[in-house]
Design a protein around this ligand. Structure first.
Ligand code: GLC
Ligand code: CA
Length: 865
């Protein structure tokens, strides 16, 4: 029975045909050579093999520049050699993952050659992205910063520019042309029909281009991926797609879709943080990124790696982290390329066996499927004097013989020289020598791989960190069905003690897995361990009669004051308008929303115990570098009640962010870090929101949120009240149950914080009274924002009144009358107090007059005009 979830329990080995073994002594590895080494891979214990591109190619990007999607590069063999290799791999229980490079081709691909010669507007020309100018899609980043200066290159025969996200000899295919997708799907079927089990989708965020965007992660690109997935599932049951999307967690999450895009995606941001934690001897970089790693659908899996065929990319770290990584791991500028470090695992950790083992133990015990880069299992070195990323792609070191046993060709004929230095050279570091030494790295790797395969928990289980007081210690529990594993790692190079709170596992016995040693039973006291420098333990927690009690998440704490340094920071890519689209929204809900609400004057639930706060609706009011959002937050209380609040949000940065933290810190929700740094704030803290609201009023804008339609409505008084020209915004000092913004002393915009699914009496009565009668003793209603969630009655989110300047506002007036005492404040209103005889529950059918009465009691105090 084929297991559709095989990739969750896989251990993937990444190899290059050209670098593995040369069977015909021409200096280049080939398929017959790789086939002859399958026994080695089986002995290592891996069960999936990912092959770098082996298709016909001019090899200017080591084969990622493909000239024929359905062939084998002649140096590597024939299609028959490939088919034999597939059979032999499958016989040994090894699945095969190949590359589906769909973003671009080589400029030597016949499609491109036809495209550049075909007349503009013809179907052939339309296979690639052409333009008469090189000014389109300004602001899209360049990826290969060391070699390319533009994403456009001129083609003399087409007399036009073509688009390329990578090297200029790699034109991007045009996915707006459905024939391109058809051609790509045909290629996919070609390889899957030959038994390929998984496809790595190379450079997948860049498929579609749109003006005014960063041309990455676009919804249309996800649409293409869903079509590819549908085509795959329609024909084959147990094949897998893995996305290469070098993006922040929140931007990678959509590549899993609802389980209907890619089965797997690499976890790019985790990798550099493992190196960072090791060098800093502090677990924070790891716990922070894993805390921010979104949940993924049941049928999906993360791909984890320490090193691969590319540079150790530093695109998904902050500027400070990048500086740190360069200084710590790439002191010599030759070690750097593009935005990353071109080194292998062993040299990165100064050939420290303990550090290699520690990093590997983390790689193997974090949630996901680990990928081992060929040669790292024996601690191979690199050659930073070779160009591009070739220094980490040198021949596999099999033996101490000539050419490291890789080939019997003249050394000068090899596609690349072997590593020959005294520390990492093939004479000392090779498979043959390590197979003979029982305590070699290779034999240790075999033991760890075998161990990992015994437990499904590593590939499938949940992860909980334990808050050990010693930050040099990373401790976590993995759980899956009845498997329970405790991992403890010492990030420091010196011995460390740690006390772990294992009370949830009281009565159980930890059994260390590599040696099967029983440790003392877990009792009442904190569990005390010592770990050698860079040491780690994996313990199985053995069942004993006492039941396992699950740990409860901590109760939401009520933080009344905001400590700027303690505001949580969430990673995001450059495009901030996706703030609420996925993972970051969940993180805000989990970590910032409840404390934010508790800090707000307008939040009415302070006396009640909050069970949860979450976004129930959201939309983008203004896109751009500093976007503005409208959101509805629902507070659920322990007593069973619930309320909804209108919370517009904005993201500010630089001096504006500092000003909020200094002047109105309670308006800060969370920090944003990653590609850019910013502060998520209540929209009222950003003048841009006031401007956007005014524009929206002027234009009577309508917009859609996730669940509702929103419409700006103007009354007949609008033009007269608003007048002409710009109106400068000013927040009113008096923060009440609602929030008001004065616009140019002409309009006062009041945000109704409590959202009710019924018309707001201020709007209903106010408009009626001040624009349809001759009553002139109240400020005129100029506009309001209607909010209509699908299937529910219309409510209102804001009202704009005529601004009437006065000495003080109603609130202060009332306080003044009552000697500043809030308790006696109702007295001036007593003569007009309205009360409904009995209004324990207000039904939807309540008339607006009944409404008005009940509302008046509470809102009279809040009137802020
Ligand atoms: C992917 C590959 C990299 C290649 C690039 C362009 O990022 O991993 O090696 O250079 O795509 O094809
Ligand atoms: Ca060969």
């Amino acid at each position: 029975m084929p297991d559709p979830y095989w990739y969750k329990d896989a251990i993937i080995y990444e190899a290059h045909v050209r670098a593995f073994f040369d069977s015909n002594n021409d200096g280049i590895g080939d398929f017959p050579g790789l086939t002859s080494k399958l026994d080695y891979l089986q002995g290592l214990g891996i069960n999936a093999l990912w092959l770098l591109p082996f298709y016909p190619s001019p090899l200017r990007d080591d084969g990622y520049d493909i000239a024929d999607f359905e062939g084998i590069h002649p140096s590597y063999g024939t299609i028959q050699d490939f088919e034999r290799f597939m059979d032999e791999a499958h016989k040994r229980g090894i699945r095969v993952i190949t590359e589906l490079v769909i973003n671009h081709t080589s400029d030597q691909h016949p499609w491109f050659q036809a495209s550049r010669r075909a007349p503009a507007g013809s179907p052939e020309r339309d296979f690639y992205v052409w333009s008469e100018t090189n000014q389109k899609y300004q602001g899209v980043r360049i990826i290969f910063t060391d070699t390319e200066t533009s994403n456009w290159s001129w083609d003399d025969s087409a007399k036009a520019y073509y688009w390329h996200r990578f090297f200029h000899h790699q034109p991007d295919l045009n996915f707006d042309n459905p024939r391109v997708l058809d051609a790509v799907m045909k290629t996919m079927r070609f390889w899957i029909d030959r038994g390929v089990d998984g496809l790595r989708l190379d450079a997948v965020p860049y498929l579609i281009e749109r003006e005014g965007t960063i041309c990455e992660n676009l919804e249309e690109t996800h649409g293409i991926l869903r079509q590819i997935r549908r085509a795959l599932d329609a024909r084959y049951g147990d094949r897998m797609l893995i996305a290469e999307a070098n993006q922040w967690p929140a931007d990678v999450r959509p590549y899993f879709g609802e389980g209907d895009e890619c089965h797997m995606a690499f976890h790019f941001p985790l990798m550099p943080r493992m190196f960072m934690a090791l060098r800093q001897e502090d677990r924070h970089p790891i716990t922070e990124i894993l805390r921010q790693t979104p949940d993924i659908p049941e049928n999906c899996q993360w791909g984890l790696f320490l090193r691969n065929h590319d540079e150790l990319t530093l695109e998904m770290v902050t500027d400070e982290e990048r500086d740190y990584m360069y200084q710590a791991y790439a002191a010599d500028p030759r070690m750097r390329i593009n935005v990353g470090i071109r080194r292998r695992l062993a040299p990165l950790v100064d050939n420290s066996r303990r550090r290699i083992e520690l990093l590997t133990s983390l790689l193997f015990s974090f949630p996901g499927t680990p990928v081992i880069y060929y040669g790292d299992e024996i601690g191979m070195g690199d050659n930073i004097y070779l160009g591009d990323r070739n220094g980490v792609r040198t021949p596999m070191q099999w033996a101490g013989d000539r050419n490291g046993g890789f080939s019997r060709a003249d050394p000068a004929r090899l596609y690349a020289p072997l590593i020959m230095d005294a520390v990492y050279g093939y004479q000392g570091i090779n498979v043959e020598a390590q197979e003979r030494a029982p305590y070699s790295l290779l034999n240790w790797m075999k033991r760890l791989i075998a161990l990992r395969k015994q437990y499904k928990v590593f590939g499938r289980g949940t992860l909980e960190f334990l808050a050990a007081p010693n930050r040099k210690i990373l401790a976590y529990v993995r759980r899956y069905e009845d498997e329970l594993v405790l991992c403890v790692a010492n990030l420091s190079r010196t011995v460390q003690p740690v006390e772990l709170d294992l009370s949830a596992f009281k009565g159980m016995t930890p059994v260390e897995l590599l040696g099967l040693t029983e440790f003392p039973r877990i009792g009442d006291l904190p569990y005390f361990l010592t770990l050698a420098g860079n040491g780690f333990y994996w313990f199985r927690l053995q069942q004993t009669p006492s039941a396992i009690t699950a740990q409860r998440p901590p109760e939401t704490t009520v933080a009344q004051e905001v400590v700027p340094d303690a505001l949580p920071a969430f990673f995001m890519g450059v495009a901030w308008d996706t703030l609420l689209d996925g993972n970051v929204r969940t993180l805000i809900e989990r970590e910032s929303l409840a404390p934010f609400l508790q800090r707000q004057r307008w939040f009415g639930g302070k006396a009640r115990t909050l069970r949860s706060a979450r976004f129930v609706d959201w939309g983008v009011l203004r896109k751009g570098t500093h976007p503005i959002f409208v959101a509805i937050v629902q507070a659920d209380y322990k007593d069973g009640g619930r309320e909804q609040y209108f919370v517009p949000l904005a993201i500010v940065s630089g001096a504006e962010a500092d000003a909020v933290l200094a002047g109105a810190p309670h308006l800060a929700v969370a920090r944003v870090t990653g590609a850019r740094k910013g502060l998520v704030v209540d929209g009222t803290a950003d003048d841009r929101m006031a401007q956007a609201l005014l524009e929206a009023l002027d234009r009577q804008e309508s917009f859609r949120t996730k669940r509702a339609a929103a419409r700006m409505r103007r009354t007949s008084a609008y033009d007269a009240v608003r007048g002409q020209g710009a109106l400068a915004p000013r927040r009113t000092g008096a923060e009440q149950s609602n929030t008001s913004i004065v616009l140019g002393d002409r309009l006062i915009v009041k945000l109704f914080r409590r959202v009710e699914s019924a018309p707001n009496p201020d709007v209903e009565i106010g408009e009626q009274l001040t624009t349809r009668t001759t009553f002139r003793r109240a400020p005129r209603v100029a506009a309001y924002l209607e909010y209509e969630p699908s299937g529910e009655p219309i409510g209102h989110l804001l009202i704009a009144h005529e601004f009437v300047a006065a000495q003080k506002d109603g609130w202060n007036h009332a306080l003044g009358c009552s000697g500043g005492e809030r308790r006696s404040f109702t007295s001036p209103y007593r003569p007009i107090r309205l009360r409904r005889p009995s209004c324990r529950s207000r039904s939807r059918a309540t008339t607006s007059r009944g409404w008005w009465r009940t509302r008046w009691r509470s809102s009279s105090r809040r009137a802020s005009w």
